[in-house]
Design a protein around this ligand. Structure first.
Ligand code: X2X
Length: 339
């Protein structure tokens, strides 16, 4: 409605004078659309946000100006508040990991179950499955945002300051910082570690002071944040969880744009997501070498060790599958089983 009222404005100034003043206010584009990212463009997923904002600015000739706020600064660093802040109108554009929003929209964290997506082949089969992703996108719409595209935040690996982690028992007594979902906490506690929930902003000082011994993040994050300088000496590349990077627009913002601009923005997000995935995978392919070169001990589990991790997390997996979205996750499992 508002959009239709606005369209004649583009045709000429004469039409504009004829319209009541409130039509401008309701339908006008904002000078700036606020995009939250947890990490800045020095990290692959922050970069994915930057690429998107730049493409949108270029392709709309500046009509849609997306400004990136890294460090989740729009929510004072509390990344778990991003989704509710988006619903309240504080954030217009999301470019983030749904695991961070699992307290608000648990079903969106469906991809993060331990060892659900064992490798990139499985990951691609899932995000490339149109029926599955349409179902997921419908969940995003129900939650109040228009989903545009899916990138990859990256396989999460555990690091610590104490000892090599080769088997579940090695985690006993290790204090580990976890993020987002209580599921990550339960994965750790089920194996005897002591998890503490913390935002990314708080994680680095906690590692530096020794308040926690361990953390889990993609190795590109480890490298970009120089986590090795915070006493983290041992890494296990166990690929236990990989979240999507979801590009989405707050529903009221989305509906304030013309269909032509919506199309541009959607395509820009798809292009940005493709570039972001290429970047994150290039870094993934090089990360063992890059982290080892810093003098960090990197362990790559054998198939038998991988089996042990899966067995150790099986019960937590089942519990959280039931709590998150069992039907949808069942379909994800079917797609993965065929890879
Ligand atoms: O806080 C983290 O560990 C991070 C950057 O990986 C997320 O936002 C999930």
């Amino acid at each position: 409605m508002q959009r239709r009222q606005l369209l004649p404005l583009a045709a000429g100034a004469a039409a504009a004078v004829a319209l009541p003043r409130f039509a401008w206010a309701q339908g006008a584009y904002k000078a700036e659309y606020k995009m939250s990212t947890v990490v800045p463009p020095a990290f692959a997923w922050g970069k994915g946000g930057e690429i998107f904002a730049n493409l949108v600015r270029e392709r709309t000739s500046g009509r849609i100006n997306i400004k990136q706020y890294p460090g989740a600064s729009l929510v004072q660093g509390q990344q778990d508040r991003e989704f509710s802040a988006m619903r309240q109108g504080v954030i217009d554009v999301l470019c983030g990991a749904p695991i961070n929003w699992s307290g608000t929209v648990r079903e969106l964290s469906a991809f993060t179950l331990p060892f659900l997506l064992p490798d990139h082949k499985a990951y691609d089969a899932v995000i490339g499955n149109t029926a599955l992703m349409n179902e997921y996108f419908d969940m995003v719409r129900k939650a109040g945002a228009e989903p545009l595209a899916v990138g990859e935040t990256g396989y999460r690996q555990i690091s610590n300051s104490k000892r090599p982690i080769l088997k579940p028992d090695d985690l006993k007594g290790i204090k580990v910082r976890v993020v987002g979902s209580p599921m990550y906490g339960e994965i750790m506690s089920s194996m005897g570690a002591n998890p503490t929930f913390m935002s990314w902003a708080d994680a680095q000082p906690a590692l530096a002071s020794g308040a926690v011994d361990a953390q889990e993040n993609p190795l590109e994050v480890f490298l970009a944040a120089k986590i090795n300088t915070l006493g983290q000496k041992y890494v296990t590349k166990w690929n236990y969880s990989n979240d999507i990077l979801l590009y989405a627009i707050a529903a009221p913002v989305w509906s304030s744009w013309t269909p032509a601009d919506q199309k541009i923005v959607r395509e820009a997000a798809q292009d940005a997501a493709r570039q972001q995935i290429t970047l994150v995978r290039k870094l993934f392919a090089e990360d063992v070498q890059a982290v080892s070169a810093l003098g960090v001990n990197v362990h790559q589990p054998t198939p038998a060790e991988m089996q042990e991790w899966q067995v150790a997390t099986r019960r937590t997996y089942a519990r959280w599958k039931a709590q998150i979205q069992p039907t949808f996750i069942g379909k994800v499992e079917e797609v993965v089983a065929k890879t």
